[in-house]
Design a binder for this molecule. Sequence first.
Ligand code: PMP
Length: 441
Amino acid sequence: QNDFYLDRQARRESNARSYPRRFPVALKSASGCTVTDVDGRTYIDCLAGAGTLALGHNHPEVVAALQAVLTSGLPLHTLDLSTPVKDQFVSDIFDTLPAGLHNQAKIQFCSPSGSDAVEAAIKLAKTATGRTDVIAFSGAYHGMSQGALSLMGSLGPKAAVGQLVPGAHFFPYPYSYRCPFGRGGEETGLLAAEHFERALKDPEGGINLPAAVILEAVQGEGGVIPAPAAWLKAIRRVTRELGIPLILDEVQSGVGRTGTFYAFEKAGIVPDILVLSKAIGGGLPLAVTIYHQELDLWKPGAHAGTFRGNQLAMAAGSKTLEIIKRDGLVERAARAGKRLRANLEQIAASTSYIGEVRGEGLMLGVEVVDPRGAYDGLGHPPHGHDIAKTIQNDVFRAGLIMETGGRYGSVLRLLPPLVISDTEIDQVSAIIGAAFDRLER
Ligand code: PMP
């Protein structure tokens, strides 16, 4: 059955398709943290819509909320006109904002992708400041549309496209394991912050005062790299001193995933602009840009999009936010993340193919290395891209779906639903452990 669907699909679909190449399955059903293919094989889903499914697949209360909207007679598509469902969603998402933004926030609904919310954030910052340049960081991922792509901190995905939006500048992100300054540890964050501050404050630094600085408090696609709190605090201090709007892209790290509702909370900072998508729609497409009202200097129609603010997505989003709060899932993510991390660290201790286990909450990464290669100045073996692919294929055959990422595709990424059980965590760990064991043999 599977082969039948996959053959048909492969003949029709673009070369640009990605996941079907790595996970050659046609999926038929899903519940909680598991998905089942048309042949009846079941997989634990640690990709979970690239971190979208905070409550897992088909959460019964989310499904019921969707059914209630569908039978209520509510207009399902209203552009950005108000409805009670929309009004509820706006109060629910505002309730998650930190003091300092909460009472002074404005929201812009976007075409339902993280990329479009990033586009809106950049356009808003440019409009409000009258400036054009934007600073992003090495390894950053903000989306695939051309503005967001121009802020991507790795060249691979941009190479074929040629000239993108001009004015993007990149600074080193504090990636301690492969420290751009050759130091590592706490020093990486301090040096990266110092470099940023000096360059921006030097009148001859060669950079125009930018319209915005955009960053992820934990890089996801870039290889699951958490920014140290001290670095985040420094970037916030410098951007505030210089009057540069700071955009936090919490598309992947937001909504409880890292063990706090937003990943930036660990540093006690407040962004000027916050970009959200993925989990806020409860598994349905939704994206918003939230920002301080002082920046609300654009004109009506400055950012639009036919499918902004889908009613079903807002209903699923509200129900998801309600359950996360009611069931203490942010704390649960922190606890579950600790367990998974401890298991992964135990695996790392028994193999020479893992360089580092890192991440926060249930946003975890395992950097795979090739111990047979030449070690770098910090004493780390080279990236293990092919080995990571082997592990990904191997665990897939054993019933686990997980993504890889990072500059070299050598980081195994785990983004399970926040509701993953301890039993499932131990199953995931056992599958990964067995795959590394096979490498050692
Ligand atoms: N920002 C971050 C941090 C992301 O991880 C992603 C998607 N992986 C995006 C933006 C883009 O979101 P979308 O794919 O919905 O356009």
